[in-house]
Design a protein. Structure first.
Length: 441
């Protein structure tokens, strides 16, 4: 019973009939079965599929041939590059997983012109066509951004550019640059002033909210679409603030954003962390419902990703988004993922692309089994290698959240509201050009 095709998950009674609903992870299908069979299947699932029952065997035989529309394969080489322009940041956010860009071991440094040229040569040889500037805070090194773009342009390379910024240093020059080269912009904003300034402060302790809002307004004044990344921190629960309330606030600036739970937290805060994951699960279901409405209020990236996987029936035997990426640090070192350093190094920009690709493949073979399909719900989510322990600790809550999400998706299918979702996703794609994201094939 270890074959992925033989695994199912019982969601429970259907709200539309006496039937029960079973989810088949491999084909991403919803199957309606009689009530008595549904109960048997649930008991069999609890007992790890070891019951010897004729009806169960017939059901298992019937789902063997169910297949997804698309099977996503592990890439043979990286598709996207994150360029960590500088290992310094002007903020000192409490939950920063890159430790203000230093990863706890890098000296404060930025890309020099020689390394910029070598990096462009490597990216060109790898055939990468999407580059995101990262940090630290990349806008501390705006000259580096301009130099990268200048060399790419000189080499006649067609590159889609993106940037992940804390938003505090957005100025007129950057707005003009972003507009000229259609740079996809991600700004970090955790909500209104009270929430944002709890964790996103300057090194002096001053909150950064006012400067971020100025930056966002400067972009919107030029009608530049932006994506907002918000982190939902357990401390927000003290103010009775749910992710949904934050979503409504962010929708004033953009209809497309991501609210993600904080992952860099003290392990002794188990109750708060559990409560955070529970609230996040509720938010995912509420957001899916909003996505199915005629008039879209907002869309969250993670919900869009899971919904697209379900609707397009894309099966992935691995669930590490950054298996598509390489990350290049300001000293020229290359890692597979921007959460990995100081582990996961695959080379340096001075090396040739053949060696880089060989080590990239080798490291993926080592890492992906650690984040690959272990539970039925893993086919829908993304596991992050540094945070596997946290995900396993709260796996019961995560599984329950996914249960509620899948049942909501089943209801949307039954009520023929999936067409609203498809329409809304297409409109989002046209406005925000989110096709570069890792889940897109």
């Amino acid at each position: 019973m270890n074959d992925i095709r033989m695994i199912y998950h019982v969601l429970g009674p259907s709200p539309y009939s006496k039937d029960w609903v079973v989810f088949h992870p491999y084909s991403l299908s919803f199957i309606e079965v009689p009530e008595d069979l549904g109960e048997k299947l649930q008991i069999n699932e609890i007992k790890h599929y070891h019951l010897n029952d004729r009806d169960i065997k017939l059901f298992l035989d019937s789902i063997i041939e169910l297949k997804p529309k698309i099977v996503a394969k592990v890439p043979s080489r990286p598709v996207y590059a994150y360029i960590n322009l500088t290992s310094y940041c002007n903020l000192a956010c409490s939950y920063c997983y890159v430790q203000q860009g230093s990863y706890g071991f890098l000296k404060p440094e930025t890309f020099n012109e020689k390394l910029i040229k070598k990096t462009v040569e490597l990216i060109d040889s790898l055939g990468i066509r999407y580059v995101a500037f990262f940090g630290g805070e990349p806008l501390l090194h705006q000259d580096g951004i301009k130099k990268f773009i200048e060399i790419f342009e000189k080499n006649n390379n067609y590159i889609e550019f993106g940037i992940v910024t804390n938003g505090t240093l957005i100025n007129k020059d950057f707005v003009e640059l972003a507009k000229s080269y259609k740079i996809s912009i991600t700004v970090s904003l955790d909500g209104w002033r009270l929430l944002h300034d709890l964790n996103r402060q300057y090194r002096s302790g001053k909150g950064s909210f006012s400067d971020v809002i100025k930056g966002i307004e400067a972009l919107l004044a030029e009608q530049i679409p932006l994506f907002i990344q918000a982190t939902y921190h357990p401390s927000f629960l003290n103010y009775k603030v749910t992710p949904l309330k934050i979503a409504f606030y962010l929708s004033k600036f953009t209809k497309y954003f991501a609210i993600k739970p904080a992952l860099i937290l003290e392990k002794d805060r188990k109750y708060e962390i559990a409560s955070m994951f529970i609230e996040y699960g509720k938010y995912a279901v509420e957001t899916l419902d909003i996505l199915s409405k005629d008039n879209l209020i907002y869309a969250d990236q993670d919900v869009v990703s899971i919904t697209k996987i379900l609707n397009d029936r894309i099966f992935r035997s691995f669930n590490c988004e950054f298996s598509y990426y390489i990350t290049i640090l300001p000293n020229g070192d290359i890692y597979t993922c921007n959460t990995m350093p100081p582990i996961g190094k695959i080379g340096h920009v001075n090396e040739d692309e053949v060696n880089i690709v060989m080590r990239y493949k080798s490291l993926l073979k080592e890492i992906l089994p650690k984040v690959s399909i272990k539970k039925w719900y893993d086919v829908l989510g993304s596991a992050c290698f540094p945070y596997i322990e946290m995900f396993n600790t709260y796996s019961g809550i995560i599984e329950s959240n996914m249960d509620h999400f899948l049942m909501k998706f089943y209801i949307i299918l039954k009520e023929n509201k999936i067409f609203n979702i498809v329409k809304n996703l297409e409109n989002l794609r046209k406005i925000y050009n989110y096709e570069y994201e890792a889940y897109t094939l």
